[in-house]
Design a protein around this ligand. Sequence first.
Ligand SMILES: Nc1ncnc2c1ncn2[C@@H]1O[C@H](COP(=O)(O)OP(=O)(O)OP(=O)(O)O)[C@@H](O)[C@H]1O
Ligand SMILES: [Mg+2]
Length: 174
Amino acid sequence: MTTLFLTVGLPGAGKTTRARQLATEHSALRLTPDEWMIPLFGEPEADGKRDVLEGRLLWLALEALKLGSDVVLDFGCWSRDERSAIRWLAELVGASCRLVYMPVDHETQRARIARRQSATPDQTFPMSEADLLHWRTLFEEPDAAELDRHEVGGPPHGWSDWLEWAADRWPSLV
Ligand SMILES: Nc1ncnc2c1ncn2[C@@H]1O[C@H](COP(=O)(O)OP(=O)(O)OP(=O)(O)O)[C@@H](O)[C@H]1O
Ligand SMILES: [Mg+2]
């Protein structure tokens, strides 16, 4: 059985650092959207292209899992629904999914982002104090039940299954 590792956490939490370690430990394919967005478009969102890019990376992740490779999907996944959808899709192709949650307090986050911005400005984007505070209000922290859980609940009302939900969230998934 192959494993999908899914990073969860705010910017600067250390997700990509951990994702690199996991990729080495498990000989896994690591997919980090910023490593595609920056060379392709030079900006993080690029008029919604990030959603399109992530859909293709998720598709690629599922193909690799089917072919027998472990995958580290370094999406950060702030929303519980995103995490549930990705877990459901991984299980659909016969893989297991492990959430890799990297909690970070505000001061640590700010210090790490500042250090990274000065050390490797070409690999990241400027982030303001206001951005960090706003993003923290949007982040849905996974609870113990979600981190342990092996069963995924159903999709939000109005969606027939998680694939339909995911194909709306990431338009290029299917
Ligand atoms: N455990 C750690 N202790 C100290 N510094 C760390 C740790 N993990 C990561 N860092 C440093 O903090 C910075 C941010 O780490 P990283 O790029 O891995 O975060 P990220 O969660 O991937 O952020 P983003 O969401 O913006 O991509 C980097 O400069 C990294 O070297
Ligand atoms: Mg990162």
